[in-house]
Design a protein around this ligand. Structure first.
Ligand SMILES: [Mg+2]
Length: 367
C-alpha cells in the first residue's frame, strides 16, 4: 500500500461563548486545529489531529509513496523531522486509522486491547472562583464523573487552593480531585520564573491535606530531584511529562523515578507507538501511564485508543469545563465523544480510530 496524498485542513474553533485559559499567565487567544487526511492507493483514508502541523508542507514529500503499514519506519521518519522542527504526530494517528481499517479492528486492540472503556476525569481549563468551582465539581459528579482536575495559576496560588478546598467540601471524599500546576508547560515567549521548590513543597502539603490524588507538573522538567522531594515530604503522587519531546527524555525520567504518573500526549509528545513503550516501562516499575489529551476530539480519540489498549489509569483526561469547554466545542469537527452515566468513555468499535468526521463542520470552520 502507498500513501498518495496528505491533505491538511486548517480549522478555526468556534469561540462563542468565550473560553478563557486564564490559568496560564500567557494564555493563547485562539485554538487552531488541523485535520490531517491521509489518502492511499487502496482507497482507504485515515484521519488524525492534535498538533497544528505548522510547516509540515516542507516535509510532505518524505511520506508520499511510502507504505502506511510500515508504522515503525513512519514513526522514525516523523522523529527525524521532530529533531529539526515540528511534531507531526497527528500524521501517525491517521496512519493507525488506516492500519486499523486494514486489520478490521479498533486501534485499541492493536495496542493491547486491555479495555473497551476507561473511567474519565473532568479536566478543567478555566480559573473559576471557589464558589463557582465547587458548583462545577458538583455538577460534574451529578453528570457521572468520579474525578476532576483543577488547574492552579502560578500567580494566583491562594485562590487556586481555595477553589480546590471548596470543591472538596462540595463533593465529599468519594470523588477524586487532582491539581495541575503546569510548571513544565510554557507558552512561547513566557520567560517568567517558575515557582521555587520551597513554595511548591508548601503548596503540595496543603493539597495533600485536601486528599488530592495527584499533583501534576509541580516543577520544571529538569527539577527531577525537586519532584522526588515533594513526593517524599508530602506523600502526594506526582504526575508529569505531557509535552516531553523525545522518548529518550521520557525513558530517562522513568529511569530516575521522577513521577508516579507519566502523561505523554500521543498527539503532541512522542506519538502513539512510543507512548505504548512509555506505558510498558512505567508499568514494569509499578508506575502509571495516562496521557494528557487536551487538543481536540480527534486527539482525545487517539489517546483513548492507546490508553485503552495498554490499560492506562486510573482515569483518562476528558477536557471538560462548561460553558467555556464542552464536548461539542472540543470536538467541533466530529461527532462529540462523551462519558456514559457511570463516568466511562467507551472506545469506538469501528475499525481504525472510529471517528465520525462531520464534513459539513469541517467545511464551515475551514480557515
Ligand atoms: Mg497538565
Amino acid at each position: 500500500m502507498k500513501i498518495t496524498a496528505i491533505r491538511l485542513t486548517r480549522l478555526k474553533l468556534p469561540l462563542d461563548p468565550p473560553f478563557n485559559a486564564s490559568w496560564d499567565p500567557h494564555p493563547r487567544r485562539d485554538f487552531p486545529a488541523t485535520l490531517v487526511e491521509v489518502q492511499t492507493d487502496s482507497g482507504l483514508v485515515g484521519f488524525g489531529s492534535g498538533d497544528t502541523m505548522d510547516g509540515f508542507e516542507a516535509y510532505e514529500h518524505l511520506f508520499l509513496g511510502t507504505d502506511p503499514l510500515q508504522i515503525l519506519n513512519q514513526v522514525r521518519r516523523i522523529e527525524t523531522i521532530n529533531f529539526h522542527g515540528g511534531r507531526y504526530w497527528p500524521l501517525e494517528a491517521a496512519l493507525w486509522d488506516i492500519i486499523g481499517q486494514v486489520a478490521g479492528l479498533p486501534v485499541s486492540i492493536l495496542f493491547g486491547g486491555a479495555r473497551d472503556r476507561l473511567l474519565a476525569y473532568a479536566s478543567c481549563g478555566e480559573l473559576k472562583s471557589p464558589a463557582d468551582r465547587a458548583e462545577s465539581a458538583l455538577a460534574a459528579k451529578d453528570r457521572g464523573f468520579r474525578a476532576m482536575k483543577i488547574r492552579i495559576a502560578r500567580d494566583r496560588i491562594e485562590e487556586g487552593i481555595a477553589a480546590v478546598r471548596a470543591a472538596r467540601n462540595a463533593v465529599g471524599d468519594d470523588f477524586d480531585l487532582m491539581v495541575d500546576l503546569n510548571q513544565m508547560w510554557r507558552m512561547s515567549g513566557d520567560i517568567d520564573a517558575a515557582l521555587p521548590l520551597a513554595r511548591v513543597q508548601r503548596i503540595a502539603a496543603e493539597l495533600s491535606d485536601l486528599g488530592v490524588l495527584w499533583l501534576e507538573e509541580p516543577l520544571p522538567q529538569a527539577d527531577v530531584v525537586g519532584a522526588q522531594r515533594v513526593r517524599a515530604q508530602t506523600g502526594i503522587q506526582i504526575a508529569g511529562g505531557e509535552m516531553v519531546r523525545t522518548i529518550a527524555e521520557l525513558s530517562a525520567l522513568i529511569e530516575a523515578d521522577a513521577f508516579d504518573i507519566y502523561q505523554p500526549d500521543v498527539a503532541l509528545s512522542v506519538g502513539m507507538y512510543r507512548a505504548r513503550q512509555v506505558a510498558e516501562s512505567a508499568n514494569l516499575r509499578h508506575r502509571m501511564f495516562t496521557p494528557h489529551t487536551w487538543s481536540n476530539g480527534l486527539g482525545l480519540l487517539a489517546n483513548l485508543h492507546v490508553a485503552a489498549g495498554v490499560d492506562a489509569g486510573p482515569y483518562l483526561e476528558f477536557p471538560y469545563d462548561p460553558p467555556g469547554w464542552t464536548p461539542e466545542r472540543r470536538d467541533f469537527f466530529l461527532e462529540p465523544l462523551d462519558i456514559d452515566s457511570t463516568g466511562h468513555l467507551l472506545v469506538p468499535t469501528a475499525p481504525g480510530l472510529g471517528a465520525n468526521i462531520d464534513h459539513a463542520a469541517v467545511k464551515r470552520y475551514t480557515v
